[in-house]
Design a protein around this ligand. Structure first.
Ligand code: FAD
Length: 275
């Protein structure tokens, strides 16, 4: 039996983008995803868009998980969102701190995602399946690697059911991370997040922000293709398919794809993996 897949979207801003996302979901449903998830803008900027997208996905018959980030939020604000999710029958959440938007005046009531996880458990017991974020190459703001590992363990112990990783290209970093946190008593599934490569400049920009390492050989090779999008996509497909295959073969529990609301590249990777 094939391992499960999940796919992540962001809330579309226009009617046209909504329609395009419906089409993306239709294509990805052929892989019988375990769930679709939808991101949540830090500071609550996409609160309605996230909920509307998740509701639409559920109406289409696919399980869905809204992300929820707590930076800048108050206890009351988060409690209200959780009540709303619950009232709509949502039982699966991706709980995050969020990135601190520049110019944000107040950080709000929560400092870390572990506090959000504890808050959700305190208010709603086991109603929600809670996913959290994991960073095999460590979070860019972590004091050091060991501290980041310990903070992840604390977050899991606050009540997380499973974790999804930041994307990475080095499978060894993932397996080393899993070994290390398991040695500290973590036994929840840690699902690799896979980012399809469709643009060289976008990849470098994203990776600088989130602390994912693009191997030197890959960066140089992508850059050498210049504007040759077809070659960039072809190399990207080979690299991500090989990575995903290695992860699945060597024990990753399932895969989570950062789709950027596009189905094409992700579908090809899944097909190449035999889905
Ligand atoms: P945390 O787990 O709180 O960690 C953040 C930093 O604080 C780390 O460096 C950690 O080591 C440190 N830390 C944690 N606890 C402590 C402590 N007690 N003392 C000192 N330091 C501590 N962002 C969004 O805005 N919306 C989204 O929808 C979204 N979805 C995401 C989905 C996935 C799968 C991933 C991997 C990331 C996502 N992000 C999203 C990005 C995420 O919000 C950022 O990476 C953010 O900077 C960290 O969030 P976190 O939940 O991992 O934070």
């Amino acid at each position: 039996m094939k391992k499960a897949l999940s796919f992540e979207f962001f809330p579309p801003k226009t009617e046209e983008a909504q329609e395009k996302l419906r089409h993306t979901r239709k294509q990805l449903r052929q892989f019988q995803p375990e769930f679709f998830s939808c991101t949540f803008g830090a500071g609550g900027t996409t609160k309605d868009g996230t909920l509307n997208t998740v509701m639409e996905i559920m109406t289409e018959g696919t399980p869905a998980a809204p992300h929820l980030s707590c930076i800048g939020a108050t206890y009351e604000g988060i409690a209200e969102i959780l009540e709303e999710y619950k009232s709509h029958g949502i039982r699966h959440i991706v709980a995050l701190r969020g990135d601190i938007p520049s110019g944000m005046v107040s950080l709000g009531d929560f400092r870390y995602a572990s506090e959000l996880v504890a808050f959700i458990r305190e208010k709603h017991g086991d109603w929600f399946h809670i996913e959290v974020a994991a960073y095999p190459e460590y979070h860019p703001q972590a004091k050091n690697a060991q501290d980041d590992i310990n903070n992840f363990v604390t977050k899991v112990k606050a009540g997380a059911n499973s974790a999804i990783t930041q994307y990475f290209f080095n499978a060894d970093a993932y397996f080393a991370f899993v070994d290390e946190v398991q040695a500290k008593g973590v036994n929840i599934p840690i699902v690799p997040g896979i980012l399809p490569i469709t643009s060289s400049s976008q990849l470098v920009r994203f990776s600088d922000m989130c602390g994912a390492e693009v191997p030197r050989w890959l960066k140089l090779k992508l850059q050498s293709y210049g504007d040759d999008i077809a070659s960039i996509k072809a190399l990207g497909l080979d690299v991500t398919t090989a990575l995903a295959d290695k992860l699945l073969t060597q024990g990753a529990p399932s895969l989570h794809f950062y789709t950027l609301n596009q189905a094409g590249t992700v579908s090809t990777i899944c097909q190449r993996l035999g889905y």
